[in-house]
Write a protein that binds this ligand. Structure first.
Ligand code: ARG
Length: 460
């Protein structure tokens, strides 16, 4: 076990299978950039407090930069027998610069090192995801503005309920994403705390300056408790829970896009470049992107449960179990980024089939509530109005005619207080325009909401 940085107390080599079984280098090498960034800050701090000389520091920093260049050039040989990204990089550093390389790990453990690496990695990915989320939100706002006057049926129980504007419907999706963005930023605050200095679990005997390292790495502060620092993975769970909710929203959105593109709804068109065909049925154009996003929600939800379960039985402080945090977290990051990218590209290219939406909105007595409200405004108690309109709907069902297609005399047979002005409220336009208050579906409200949202998005 002479190659192992920890080989001193061992009397036989590691079993070949155990070596592969315990190694994480196959997946944690993705942390190389952040591992080196963390090491540079650590060495800089060690020199500042006199644990390393300035020459040693410079030799280490140069060596680390050369190792990074090797990795990026693809000439770095990752070794499974060196277990993980941390020991691979440290061993290569020592190969390059000699004995000084062996001083880098002074006052540090892989336990605080890996916790620092993941936080640096996740912080960067959060910032990328936040930008991609904003791109999708901006696309939704543009589409909502374009479709502020387009009328579609609004549903409850997937039964036609009341007419809404398509722009208003899209803004509902926008609001969900606003909350997701807030959750992401809130999670970032707890990600951006530095564990380095906790060492293995108890801290270190060297006169380290944690505030300095934290500053160098852009952390808001150093963590308070060394035991907690090496064992906490809440931040990753929190991120995955943000991701699971975001994916749940994208999945619901996807479900609607799938419904709306089918021949039975035919409300929207997705451009060909976001769809695929069938190898047997020549007529098919399948909404693969929404379907796949809906499907990928399952694996993200699964990763959240993986991490929660990973943590639930762990005693303090670090345990090797924690090595299992990486693959679920990495896959969550990759999946969320992919889904957001696809949606941010696709949403602006959605085209509404306004005529079909309109026909659908007229079906199903969607203005029945408007008729009831009309009667109430003429003095009838709401429950009585509900009953009157219910009877006129029953007549319409029997006659296969909408309320707006009935004659004044027919409507008056249900209530004498109905007069000619009833037809204003029975139109689709009259119905949506009447819901003219904050949060309502009226086109003017949709436009105002888009304006407010754009300002908030710019500031956020
Ligand atoms: N590869 C390990 C992980 O991902 C690094 C920390 C290992 N520490 C240890 N004492 N074995 O968690």
């Amino acid at each position: 076990n002479s190659e192992k940085p920890w080989g001193g107390r061992f009397t036989e080599p590691t079993d070949a299978f155990v070596e592969r079984f315990t190694a994480s280098v196959g997946f944690d090498q993705r942390l190389y950039h952040h591992d080196i960034t963390g090491s540079i800050a650590h060495a800089t701090m060690l020199a500042a407090v006199g644990v390393l000389t300035n020459e040693e520091r410079d030799t280490i920093l140069e060596g680390l930069k050369a190792v990074k260049a090797d990795i990026e050039a693809g000439t770095f040989q990752w070794s499974v027998s060196l277990e993980d990204v941390h020991m691979n990089i440290e061993a290569r550093l020592t190969d390059r610069i000699g004995v000084t390389g062996k001083k880098l790990h002074t006052g540090r453990s892989r336990n605080d090192q890996v916790a620092t690496d993941i936080r640096l990695y996740l912080r960067d990915e959060i910032d990328v995801i936040a930008e991609e989320l904003k791109r999708l939100q901006a696309g939704l706002l543009n589409l909502a503005e374009r479709e502020a006057d387009t009328i579609m049926p609004g549903f409850t129980h997937l039964q036609t309920a009341q007419p809404v504007t398509f722009g208003h419907h899209l803004l509902a999706w926008y609001e969900m994403l606003v909350r997701d963005g807030e959750r992401l930023q809130d999670c970032r605050k707890r990600v951006n705390v530095m564990p380095l200095g906790a060492a293995a679990l108890a801290g270190t005997t060297y006169p380290i300056d944690r505030a300095m390292t934290a500053k160098l790495l852009g952390f808001d502060r150093a963590s308070e408790n060394s035991l907690d620092s090496v064992s906490d993975r809440d931040f990753a769970i929190e991120f995955c829970s943000f991701a699971a909710l975001l994916m749940t929203h994208l999945s619901r959105f996807s479900e609607e896009l799938v419904l709306w593109t089918c021949a039975q709804f035919d409300f929207i068109d997705l451009p060909d470049r976001f769809c695929t065909g069938s190898s047997i049925m020549p007529q098919k154009k399948n909404p693969d992107v929404p379907e796949l996003v809906r499907g990928k929600t399952g694996r993200v939800n699964g990763h959240l449960i993986s991490l929660l379960t990973l943590m639930k039985g762990q005693p303090l402080a670090y345990n090797k179990d924690n090595q299992e945090d990486k693959e679920p977290l990495f896959d969550t990051v990759d999946t969320v980024k992919g889904c957001l990218r696809a949606y941010a590209d696709m949403v602006p290219a959605i085209t509404a089939k306004a005529d079909n939406m309109r026909v659908a909105a007229k079906r199903g007595f969607s203005t029945a509530t408007d008729l009831a409200d009309y009667l109430v405004k003429k003095g009838m108690p709401f429950r009585d109005a509900h009953e009157v309109v219910g009877r006129s709907v029953a007549f319409g069902v029997e006659q296969k005619r909408d309320l707006s297609d009935m004659t004044l005399a027919e409507l008056q047979s249900f209530s004498g207080i109905i007069s000619e002005d009833v037809f204003d409220v029975l139109t689709l336009e009259g119905s949506v325009q009447a819901r003219d208050h904050l949060g309502g579906t009226a086109p003017t409200q949709v436009r105002a909401a888009v304006k407010r949202a754009r300002n908030a998005l710019k500031q956020g």
